[in-house]
Design a protein around this ligand. Structure first.
Ligand code: ADP
Length: 274
């Protein structure tokens, strides 16, 4: 069958991740089989873990919802994984639902209407043909998300990027960076460490958490740190950044970083596109 492999993987990654997290002993089973309606496939993840009380079964698909407040302390997590998974399954035409018995375990399942594989072949060929027509530039365009609260710094970076093919999206606090990151894929995040609402360290940690929970390939995140503070750079690495640029930022340093990232074969998304 043919479907959105990336999204299906994100959902399974999250649901299986939860099963592992909430199961101390017993088993976790992933069952994939043709569903009753033709062409549809049923996915079910069953665990023998702590289970979920009946009264909470619907709520767990809400944003930032965890069964009890001690969950965060005991198991970590954000309470976002299932909300995102539920939305992704709905977008693919299914419904993610849960059955559970407290103390005995849970089953998360969904049915997706998928196309028979034969129908998919021409699409793949077409895509290759389109790819062959796209001229290879030395540096493929990057989709960049800049988290920066100071308007003049945002303008500076926008000016640096003028004349390049890179696309810039901006957010002026850490929470907005996180929100944008969860809604779109980016090839690079530039993160000012000092921002209102949520600082760059927390936003980076939230992004890394989201990537782990959804199975999205991690994007490079570079912190923008003040020249004078060396500990900022260390803190940003600890939060999950790949490196940092010191402010005031020089155009050459910035373009060099973009060139390196754009040509990095290690970047899974770019490697797939080349
Ligand atoms: P997170 O795991 O980050 O807290 P989720 O949205 O993935 O967020 O899950 C929300 C809550 O649902 C969890 O905190 C937990 O209380 C409950 N939950 C999810 N999956 C399971 C499971 N397999 N067994 C028991 N509880 C679960």
């Amino acid at each position: 069958v043919c479907g959105d492999a990336l999204r299906i993987r994100q959902v399974l990654f999250n649901v299986v991740g939860n099963a592992v997290k909430f199961t101390q002993r017993g088993s976790i089973t992933v069952n994939v089989k043709p569903a009753d309606n033709a062409g549809a496939i049923q996915f079910a993840v069953t665990d023998t873990g702590i289970g979920i009380p009946e009264s909470k079964l619907k709520e767990i698909f809400g944003e930032f919802t965890q069964v009890d407040s001690s969950t965060t302390r005991k198991y970590g997590g954000t309470g976002l994984g299932l909300a995102i998974s539920h939305r992704l399954v709905a977008l693919m035409g299914g419904d993610l639902s849960a059955e559970s018995k407290l103390g005995a375990g849970s089953t998360f399942s969904f049915v997706l209407p998928l196309l028979a594989a034969k129908a998919a072949e021409p699409v793949a060929q077409e895509r290759n043909a389109v790819r062959a027509l796209v001229p290879k530039t030395s540096s493929p365009p990057l989709r960049i998300l800049l988290g920066e609260d100071a308007e003049d710094n945002r303008q500076l970076i926008r000016a640096y990027l003028r004349g390049t093919s890179h696309l810039l999206d901006t957010a002026d606090d850490g929470a907005a960076v996180f929100e944008k990151y969860t809604n779109r894929e980016y090839d690079l995040v530039l993160m000012d460490v000092q921002m209102p609402v949520m600082d760059g360290y927390s936003a980076t940690r939230a992004i890394r958490n989201f990537e782990r929970e959804t199975g999205r390939a991690p994007a490079p995140i570079y912190a923008l740190t003040a020249f004078a503070y060396r500990e900022d750079a260390e803190k940003s690495l600890a939060a999950g950044c790949d490196g940092h640029l010191t402010k005031p930022m020089r155009k050459a340093a910035m373009l060099e970083l973009l060139e390196t990232i754009a040509n990095s074969r290690a970047h899974p998304r770019l490697a797939a596109a080349s």
